[in-house]
Structures are given as structure tokens and as C-alpha cells.
Design a binder for this molecule. Structure first.
Ligand SMILES: Cc1ncc(COP(=O)(O)O)c(C=O)c1O
Length: 405
């Protein structure tokens, strides 16, 4: 038996698929390497640089020799900064021993699922969802239960849908607002509709992924479950991180606050996998949370301008309907009007994967197809790139759609 034969690999591996967003990036990179003029609208990260004061805090940490192991789930200074942030932004009171810090928001969610799921446990995931949720649930031995929240409800799950999805086996609801991939944000009253349902089902916990909290536009006000319904405090894990708002994706710092026994269980998992998150990044994150926050508003002005540009241009493309979302840096246009049509190169578009592949091959615009996020027929555009790139990409999409017959 060779070391790479299927028998050698774990059965766990067969439960999950590779990240489709990474697959799109790879295909785009291959085409670029072959000399094609490719515009990538697939990136899940801001195109801004990490703010100067945060970089300086990282450099200062290196110079001060803060380059050794730290306590497993975070230095006390960062936990205190997180507690202050939760109080300031979310009116939530947590003590440092109710907080855990990991290597990105992704590890935090993974730790929580690994620490709580047993075979047969169900996890409700509104679709479209961030690609990693169902696969992380599967890796942890649970069963993902997607609930389709389509364009007709603004890509938001209704209380009736949540009620219908809950069974005696439901352990978690994973909640994400503003959402990757749609940018949809739940208002406090929309969220209250969901938390009212959860009040009736005391065995269901909520894992809220607040990663895009600060990326909200117009008059939209961010809300998080334990703030909207304090009675859920004892069964809520509030997850967040510095990756998106502070343009710190490469620093890898995420965190969560919740009941002490759950936090301790997550710490135990982390202690046997990655130990502590990077010491230098933790000091940079202290500065991100405690330091000046003004750049958040100026970054958002840029994002609003780009969102408006993309929404307007995509709605002008034949066969595409593009709702205007409340936050994040994504839009999730519907391509129903393109299905059944044929591209100039001769591909008949039967689904969103074929649409995205033909768009990339025939125009050089890279987007991620909706099936990857569990809701079709759509594609995801990340507008975290320059206005010029966005205008050129949307023009190509308009021309591509106009040429379908
Ligand atoms: C909804 C959502 N949650 C979590 C993450 C992971 O963030 P991090 O880079 O901090 O691991 C992402 C990143 O794409 C995301 O979109």
C-alpha cells in the first residue's frame, strides 16, 4: 500500500470537500500564469493595508522580545481588550476567563464544534453560508442542516424556517450577520424573531459569527444575539476577530466569549493542536481593539461606493438581479435569467458553476459560483478591490450576459 493510497487516508477526510473558493483562486492563478488578463473578484479579504499603529504594535512586540509561547488561549491584555470591546460595542459583559483567543476566527469556530459535537448532533446553518461551516461540522462528527434563505427574504432565514428546522438533535444554530457570501445583515428586530424561537427550545445554542460587525453601511445597525436577547447569554458563543475590519487576515487572530465551561473545553482542544495564537499578532490585536477606530468609518465609505457601483452595474446586466446588501464586502447576484442560454464559445449554461467557469474562461473575470455556498443560481462577488478593477469586471460581465443567446 502506497502512503497516498485511499486506504492510508482517514475516513474523516472523505466527509469533507476542498474549499471551492480556493479552487477558483487556483484556476484564476493558472489562467493568469498562462498570460490571460484575469480580474479576481473571489478574494475574501480587504485590499487595504493593516493600519500603521497596529503594524507598529507588532514590531514593538518583536523588539521587546514578546516572541515566546503565551498562555494557550491568549494573553490577559488581549482578553481584557476583548472584554472592553464587547462592553463598548455590544453592551455584553464578559470576564477574561469567559474569553478565548485562537488562530483566526476559523480556528475559534472549529474549536467550538470539536468541543461540543457528537455523532448525530445537528447544526442549523442558514444557506447561503460561509463555505467552511458545513465542512467543519462534518469534520467534528456532526450533521449540518442547511436552511435555504433565498433572495425573496433578502437571504435571511425567517423565524418560521428556524422553528421548522429544530429537532431534538439540534445542538447549535450558526448565525452570521452581515453574511459571507451575501452581505445581508439582520436588524435587531429581525434577529429578535429568531431569538424568540430559540427561547422556546432551551436545548439549542447559538454560535454567532460576528466577523463583519464593523462592515455595515447606510443606516444599518449591527446586532448580536446575546445583546438582543439577554436570556440567551448562557447558551451563546459570540465569535469575532480582527481579520476583516482591521485588514489583518494574515495575522490570524480570532476570539470568542461565552460560558466558562465551553471556553475551557475549547482551550483544551487548542492546547493539543496549535497551542497559543502567534504572540506578536496578539499584541497587534491589542492595539487594534484598544487603539483608534476612526479608519473603520473611512474604509466603509470606500466599501459603500464600491458596493453601489457593483450593484448598479450588475443590475444593468441582462438576466442578473443583484440585491443591495447591508454589509460585508460581498454581493450575491441571482442569474436565473441566464440559465438555458449559450455563450459565444458554445457552452450552454445550466447552473451557476457553468456560468462562473464560462465567465472566467471567456472573459477572465473570476467569481465564486453559488452552489459552493449552498444556494443557487447565484455567484459571489467580492468588491474588496479597486474601483477600476470593479468597473472593468462588471463591464465584462455585462458584455458576457449580452452575448448569451
Ligand atoms: C463569515 C466568516 N467567518 C469567519 C471567517 C474566518 O476568519 P479568519 O480569517 O479570522 O479565520 C471568515 C473568513 O473568510 C468569514 O467570512
Amino acid at each position: 500500500m502506497s502512503s497516498t493510497s485511499p486506504d492510508f487516508l482517514s475516513k474523516t477526510l472523505s466527509r469533507v470537500k476542498p474549499s471551492p473558493t480556493i479552487a477558483v483562486s487556483n484556476l484564476a492563478a493558472d489562467l493568469k500564469a498562462a498570460g490571460k488578463d484575469v480580474i479576481g473578484l473571489g478574494a475574501g479579504e480587504p485590499d487595504f493595508d493593516t493600519p500603521e499603529s497596529i503594524k507598529e504594535a507588532g514590531i514593538a512586540a518583536i523588539n521587546a522580545g514578546k516572541t515566546k509561547y503565551t498562555s494557550v488561549d491568549g494573553i490577559i491584555e488581549l482578553k481584557q481588550a476583548i472584554c472592553a470591546k464587547l462592553e463598548r460595542d455590544n453592551a455584553l459583559s464578559y470576564a477574561p476567563d469567559q474569553v478565548t483567543v485562537g488562530t483566526g476566527g476559523k480556528q475559534i469556530l472549529y474549536n467550538a464544534l470539536m468541543a461540543t459535537l457528537n455523532p448525530g448532533d445537528e447544526v442549523i446553518i442558514p444557506a447561503p453560508y460561509w463555505v467552511s461551516y458545513p465542512d467543519m461540522v462534518l469534520l467534528a462528527g456532526g450533521t449540518p442542516v442547511p436552511v435555504a434563505a433565498g433572495i425573496e427574504t433578502g437571504f435571511k432565514m425567517t423565524p418560521e424556517q428556524l422553528e421548522a428546522a429544530i429537532t431534538p438533535k439540534t445542538k447549535w444554530l450558526i448565525f452570521n450577520s452581515p453574511s459571507n457570501p451575501t452581505g445581508a445583515g439582520y436588524s435587531a428586530s429581525e434577529l429578535k424573531g429568531l431569538t424568540d424561537v430559540l427561547l422556546r427550545h432551551p436545548h439549542v445554542w447559538v454560535m454567532t459569527d460576528d466577523m463583519y460587525e464593523h462592515l455595515v453601511f447606510d443606516d444599518f445597525k449591527f446586532a448580536t444575539p446575546a445583546e438582543v436577547e439577554p436570556a440567551l447569554y448562557e447558551r451563546t458563543l459570540t465569535c469575532n476577530g480582527v481579520s476583516k475590519a482591521y485588514a489583518m487576515t494574515g495575522w490570524r487572530i480570532g476570539y470568542a466569549a461565552g460560558p466558562k465551561p465551553l471556553i475551557a473545553a475549547m482551550r483544551k482542544i487548542q492546547s493539543q493542536s496549535t497551542s497559543n495564537p502567534c504572540s506578536v499578532s496578539q499584541w497587534a490585536a491589542v492595539e487594534a481593539l484598544n487603539g483608534p477606530q476612526e479608519f473603520l468609518a473611512s474604509n466603509n465609505e470606500i466599501f459603500v461606493r464600491r458596493r453601489n457601483l457593483v450593484v448598479e452595474m450588475l443590475n444593468a446586466a441582462e438576466g442578473i438581479t443583484c440585491p443591495k446588501p447591508e454589509g460585508a464586502f460581498y454581493v450575491y447576484p441571482d442569474i436565473s435569467g441566464c440559465l438555458g442560454k449559450t455563450t459565444p464559445a458554445g457552452t450552454t449554461i445550466e447552473n451557476d458553476e457553468q456560468f462562473a467557469t464560462a465567465l472566467l474562461e471567456e472573459t477572465g473575470v473570476a467569481v465564486v459560483f453559488g452552489a459552493a455556498f449552498g444556494l443557487s443560481p447565484n455567484f459571489r462577488v467580492s468588491y474588496a478591490t479597486s474601483d477600476d478593477n470593479l468597473k472593468e469586471a462588471c463591464t465584462r460581465i455585462q458584455n458576457f450576459c449580452a452575448a448569451l443567446s
